[in-house]
Design a protein around this ligand. Structure first.
Ligand code: GLA
Length: 741
């Protein structure tokens, strides 16, 4: 049993493999947080609530009720009745009044977990036991019922939380915020780690001490965004990659989010994540329900690495649905960086032939195949092949590709419309807009109102027409602009603030149709590179394009940041040409491949123009990818370096190199990669300690053309000696195999 309730103290305790999460009902009404940390036996922890100290509980000291509200660690705090810290739940009733007070009504503990209708969510694989604690809270004056769910899986340390609100009252009520989780952590000194960035520079790492007050990241762009990822970690100041407290928070959602840590007057830190309450109001009529997305909280005493590995495993096993998740993905070639919009059938056929000869398995036709799209100025919404570039449509190309023994993949941007398109001319009101207000263009395009079923149906019909009539086994779903002038032609004035969330639900609905109707399809998500690199997308696509920056050096940082909470196999990573189109930098072809193998591997270049030497390297790279990619998918990742030069992880003060290792869960094999970022003259070899290998096992590997055998403990503690390599961005990849004695 993983979840227990102790009636004598009214305490709930959730025990995962290595952690404990505890909460309790105080004063027969209030749900308070007690503890989240290393695993404890089932035991009474309620003394930690300090209810015998000031503040007293309201039944014993009614005159100081407000003091109680402002200091106790509420499990799901609401505003307007005396808790002046950030609320997780907010309402406005028919009278325009905003106070709320959720009190305990009942609870149940059961095997299984809730299915979140219309939202991506975690699920159990067969054979993995899971238990859920569901606590029902009520706001008596309005009749609102709030169901707080906590799920634990037998094979994970994560706590999955979700919140469902039901209007059991007689009047409508507006929900002004429904965060997915809130935790009051009883620890004064914590750092906050967040992922910030920009287009082509996603998921840079920031780590700063939390001071008194509120530190927040968010998105109000309609997508999770390039600028901040829907994830943060709270860390003890001493926490490193390998050890120390790490509390991770993310939500399984792809729209506006809010994530905040607030250090309060008595030294507790209130950590929260959920749908952004800014510009959010949801009208809930009697009997209606509102479901907030799932939050995934992970505590690890094994530092950032322990936290990340927990996320990787949970998402791989319990969030990614695609049948591709456990398979070697076909090595693809994408024509975007090879041709941009400038292609015709012959050019593509030429690339496909050359690629097939080198062993590449999937040809992906990117943007520019439809309408009359010679640039990004037009045609989004008109998903019909451009006969000028592709006479006879897609078929001559798909024929060539399939005859070559390759699969075929295609790019769509289903949520968008160009002003210069037949779709927009026929249905101008389908674009999100505010009447009598100029519409802001971004990349010369508008956003379709995906909350409207007829809009989704129309796009779906066009996509189906293409997918049903061609041998398409891969789709790249792109989304290349943020939302502005939020206005829907069909929602009443009182419901316009629902559009942000309704938009996301509409996108999920369309993706659900796609993966349900074409279960064999390999779907890769993308949003101007990595603006939707979030757990919500993993439910639909096992891989996501991580950035339009394919420079190997920049990718070290982007992929490091992404791996903090997302499985490495989800990171689309391609070998492209040099000088790199984003940075102008030159890096060795081999290193570009080694860095791209720290993700889902592919090529994005014109193979017909490669040097013979680079071409000759491709079959061997593909061979290695297929030989080792199961380790990237299912192995345990240990980040050994820090491409941020120590800012992500205070203990590792260097920026001359990066390294990582994937170790099979049973310790039988491992793949180690080292990248020398900058060369320095006259350096001795570097000693790089590996990690995760079985200490008492012998591992065999090839090094400098010779077979070596070394003890796991020695490799973990002392490591390997990597000579000073000649030149920047040189790399080494070593495969290690346990030797059976
Ligand atoms: C976005 C994607 C790119 C490419 C272009 C096409 O920027 O991230 O990979 O598909 O759109 O317009």
């Amino acid at each position: 049993m993983m979840i227990q309730y102790l009636e004598s103290t009214k305490q709930f305790q959730l025990n995962t493999q290595n952690t404990t999460y505890a909460l309790a009902i105080a004063d027969d009404a209030y749900l308070l947080h007690i503890y989240w940390g290393k695993k404890l036996p089932f035991t009474d922890l309620t003394y930690l609530l300090r209810l015998k100290e000031n503040p007293f509980t309201p039944t014993q000291n009614e005159r100081d009720r407000a003091c109680f509200f402002d200091t106790v660690p509420f499990e799901y705090p609401c505003g307007g009745t005396g808790d002046y810290r950030e609320p997780a739940f907010g309402i406005e009733d028919m009278g325009g009044f905003r106070a709320c007070n959720l009190t305990y009504l009942s609870h149940r503990i059961y095997c299984g977990k809730p299915v979140l209708q219309g939202l991506p969510h975690t699920f159990s694989e067969i054979h993995t036991p899971m238990e859920t604690l569901e606590i029902t809270m009520v706001d008596k004056p309005t009749g609102l019922t709030v169901l707080l769910s906590y799920t634990v899986f037998a094979d994970s340390d994560a706590i999955i939380r979700s919140v469902k609100v039901r209007n059991d009252g007689t009047e409508s009520c507006k929900l002004t915020r429904v965060l997915s989780c809130s935790v009051d952590i009883d620890n004064e000194r914590l750092d906050m780690l967040t992922l910030y960035g920009s287009w082509a520079r996603e998921r840079q790492v920031s780590r700063v001490p939390i001071g008194h007050g509120k530190q927040r990241i968010d998105s109000l762009r309609g997508e999770s965004s390039h600028q901040y990822s829907p994830f943060f970690a709270l860390l003890s100041p001493q926490t490193t990659e390998q050890q120390g407290d790490a509390y991770g928070f993310t939500i399984i959602y792809s729209g506006n989010f809010f994530a905040q840590a607030e250090l309060t007057q008595h030294g507790t830190t209130r950590a929260q994540i959920g749908i952004n309450p800014d510009d959010f109001v949801w009208q809930l009529n009697p009997t209606e329900e509102f479901q907030a997305p799932e939050a995934v909280m992970v505590y690890s005493a094994e530092g950032l690495g322990g936290m990340s590995r927990c996320y990787h495993k949970l998402f791989h096993r319990h969030l990614i649905r695609s049948q591709w998740k456990d398979k070697n993905r076909p090595v693809l070639i994408n024509n975007w960086e090879a041709t941009y919009f400038d292609f015709n059938l012959e050019k593509l056929q030429h690339i496909a032939k050359e690629a097939a000869a080198l062993g590449i398995e999937l040809f992906v036709l990117d943007d520019g195949w439809f309408g009359h799209r010679d640039s990004d100025n037009c045609s989004l919404g008109d998903w019909k092949p451009d006969e000028r570039k592709l006479p006879g449509g897609l078929q001559p190309l798909t024929d060539t590709v399939t005859e070559l023994g390759m699969r075929f993949g295609l790019w769509f941007e289903p949520e968008m419309v160009s002003p210069d398109s037949d779709l927009y001319r026929a249905h101008p009101d389908w674009a999100i807009q505010i009447p009598n207000r100029p519409m802001t263009l971004c990349r010369a395009q508008y956003v379709l109102d995906m909350s409207r079923e007829e809009v989704r149906d129309a796009i779906w019909a066009q996509m189906k027409q293409i997918l049903d009539n061609h041998p398409i086994s891969y789709v790249k779903w792109d989304m290349n602009r943020q939302l502005t002038e939020l206005g829907s032609a069909v929602l009443p004035a009182t419901r316009q603030k629902e559009l942000w969330h309704r938009y996301v639900l509409g996108v999920y609905d369309l993706m659900e149709r796609l993966v349900t109707e074409y279960p064999d399809l390999l779907l890769e998500n993308c949003s101007g590179g990595g603006a939707r690199f979030d757990p919500g997308m993993l439910y639909y696509s096992p891989q996501i394009w991580s950035s339009d920056d394919t420079d190997a050096r920049e990718r070290l940082r982007i992929q490091y940041g992404a791996s903090l909470f997302m499985p490495p196999s989800a990171m689309g990573a391609h070998v492209s040409v040099c000088p790199n189109h984003a940075t102008g930098r030159n890096t060795p072809f081999d290193t570009r491949a080694n860095v791209a193998m720290n993700g889902t591997f592919g090529y994005e270049l014109d193979v017909t123009k490669l040097s013979d030497e680079d071409k000759a390297a491709i079959p061997e790279q593909i061979h290695r990818y297929h030989r080792y990619s199961h380790l990237v998918r299912n192995g345990l990742q240990y980040r050994l370096g820090d491409p941020f030069g120590g800012s992500a992880c205070a203990a590792q003060m260097h920026n001359g190199w990066d390294a990582w290792i994937y170790v099979a869960e049973d310790g039988s094999e491992a793949l180690f990669t080292f990248v020398q970022i900058t060369a320095e003259a006259n350096l001795r070899s570097r000693k790089i300690a590996l990690a995760g290998l079985q200490p008492d096992a012998q591992y065999q590997f090839e090094w400098n053309g010779q077979q070596q055998t070394m003890l796991g403990a020695v490799l973990n503690e002392c490591g390997v000696l990597i000579p000073n390599l000649w030149g920047d961005m040189r790399s080494v990849q070593i495969y290690l195999q346990r030797v059976n004695e």
